[in-house]
Write a protein that binds this ligand. Structure first.
Ligand SMILES: Cc1cc2nc3c(=O)[nH]c(=O)nc-3n(C[C@H](O)[C@H](O)[C@H](O)COP(=O)(O)OP(=O)(O)OC[C@H]3O[C@@H](n4cnc5c(N)ncnc54)[C@H](O)[C@@H]3O)c2cc1C
Length: 496
């Protein structure tokens, strides 16, 4: 029977980063992935010769010395992942109330640029920037400072909401909306989403923002190559259906082909609710099971993947966050008739010297309930009603795009769509949730999931612990690996 020091269930970013750190430190790693392609949200797909990202479009803090650059250097990713810097004077653009407002890179540039749209608000915008900078700098883990316990942020920032913080900054309603205008990056819910999530993500991109060139699968492939070089194994098409235990610990995983693989330690990179479904042991008490299962997940999305006719659409080196409601927080509360209330429009980068876009994506919030009636049928075998639904929603979203970018429709050669069911099929997140468990500042301890489980040798990693996104998940993986190596040893390794 095969045996590993550490078995990792799922090859999403969190699983791969754990695999990298632990294999580098001498552990024999086996990663088991249900899909034929590794990477989870880092997966790409090809249509008409173009590669499309599915869940990693732009990243931040990649200037030399900035936080993600330091992680990428440690993870040996710098040579393999190609990046293109977004427009420094407007990498994110917020379309609200008939006007467009620019988020610029660099703290001073951000203040200057936004103040030119809100001349009387300079002091408030400066206060906003100082505050999010303070929050990011206060966290030892987000600054790679040695610490005594893997705490990642002060309790106050977990207990207060992003929306009330923004309200405290200014009474200017338009500015409030602009400061909250990228809330789709964290599926923000007013009076629920904690301040630290808003602050860490915005600070991350304001420092510097970059498009991944040529596909986000380069991150997964590079990490996988390093893990293999360190002696680890990665098995695609290997779905874990059960985690076996004895009376005190986890002992093995069972795969869908019936094979059993033994391990000394286990890390689950899949959703905590999916993890406990695979455990049939009294070590997981009913109260823990109920608590995990009762956690609300962030909303899912509907995505349009566009292929443009060559040489017709000028490449936009920024992301366009469009809102058609009176409040940018209202995008999730749509009805059938007014969907979509907001969308995020992004061109993808095939190479670093593009002047025309070849592909783009338009992402809009969508509730799982809209597609739940097809959940029992398998991917690729859904009835004609599902195709009709996708077509109808795709055209609706295209119409909204056309209103903002008139004439865009005539330059589209083909388009493809994905729904919450697509994400459920390809990443197994609950109900296709975009970023996993919804953190709620009113229930901070209940909605923060620990990397430890009730089983002493089974840990969790991925976007459901710590936070989502490339930085949140990487730091989450470090928190998980700290259980094996100690947090300061890892921080020291990265700093060296
Ligand atoms: C639409 C979208 C856009 C995004 N855009 C960005 C962005 O621009 N920038 C950014 O930083 N972040 C972005 N994110 C967030 C980011 O992609 C995720 O937070 C992160 O990649 C999640 O990583 P993870 O480790 O939690 O694993 P996941 O990506 O969830 O992967 C889990 C893996 O486990 C596998 N698995 C599941 N069940 C089993 C099983 N039983 N057996 C074996 N394997 C199994 C899955 O197939 C999958 O490969 C985006 C996410 C989405 C959905």
């Amino acid at each position: 029977m095969r045996q590993y020091d550490v078995i990792i269930i799922g090859s999403g970013l969190g699983g791969l980063v754990c695999g990298y750190i632990l294999s580098k430190n001498g552990y024999r790693i086996g990663i088991f992935e249900k899909n034929d392609q590794i990477g989870g949200c880092l997966q790409t797909f090809r249509r008409r010769g173009h590669s499309f990202d599915t869940g990693m479009h732009y990243i931040g803090s990649m200037e030399e010395g900035q936080i993600l650059h330091r992680f990428f250097r440690y993870l040996n990713l710098l040579d393999d992942v190609k990046l293109m810097k977004l427009n420094e004077d407007g990498f994110d653009r917020i379309s609200f109330n008939g006007k467009v407002f620019n988020y610029a890179m660099g703290y001073e540039n951000f203040i200057e640029t936004l103040s030119s749209s809100f001349p009387g608000e300079r002091d408030n915008i400066s206060e906003y920037i100082n505050k999010i900078k303070d929050i990011a700098e206060a966290s030892p883990l987000y600054n790679l400072r040695e610490i005594n316990a893997p705490t990642f942020i002060e309790t106050y920032y977990i207990k207060s909401s992003a929306s009330s913080f923004i309200e405290s900054i200014t009474s200017n309603d338009v500015l409030r909306n602009v400061l909250a205008g990228t809330n789709s990056l964290y599926a923000g819910v007013p009076n629920k989403t904690p301040l630290y999530i808003h602050a860490l993500i915005n600070n991350f991109y304001i420092q510097s923002a970059w498009r991944i060139v040529g596909g986000s699968d380069s991150i997964a492939n590079s990490l996988a190559a390093s893990i293999k070089k360190n002696g680890g194994d990665i098995f695609p098409e290997s779905e874990v259906v059960k985690i076996n235990t004895d009376t005190t610990a986890a002992t093995a995983i069972e795969l869908s082909n019936g094979e059993t693989v033994r391990g000394k330690f286990f890390i689950s990179n899949i959703h905590p609710q999916a993890t406990i479904e695979k455990l049939h042991t009294s070590m997981i008490r009913r109260a823990y099971r109920e608590r995990i299962n009762s956690l609300e997940n962030t909303i899912s999305t509907f995505t349009l993947y566009l292929v443009f006719k060559p040489g017709t659409v000028e490449y936009l080196n920024y992301n366009y966050h469009h809102h058609s409601t009176d409040s940018v927080w209202d995008g999730q509360g749509y009805s059938e008739s007014d969907w979509p209330r907001s969308f995020l429009y992004m061109h993808q980068a095939d190479n670093a010297e593009m002047s025309y876009a070849s592909t783009a994506q338009v992402i809009a919030y969508m509730n799982y309930d809209d597609v739940a009636r097809w959940e029992k049928s398998a991917s690729g075998k859904r009835d004609a009603g599902y195709d009709e639904f996708k077509k109808r929603k795709g055209e609706k979203l295209l119409n909204e795009l056309e209103k903002v970018f008139p004439g865009i429709g005539q330059n589209i050669e083909a388009y493809y769509t994905s729904t919450p069911l697509t994400y459920k099929d390809y990443t197994s997140t609950k109900e296709g949730s975009t970023y996993g468990i919804l953190r709620d500042c009113n229930f901070p301890t209940q909605t923060l999931v620990s990397q430890r489980t009730k089983i002493p040798n089974l840990y969790l990693t991925g976007q459901n612990i710590n936070s989502h996104g490339i930085l949140g998940v990487t730091i989450g993986a470090i928190i998980t690996c700290a259980e094996f190596l100690g947090i300061n040893k890892i921080i020291k390794e990265i700093n060296e």
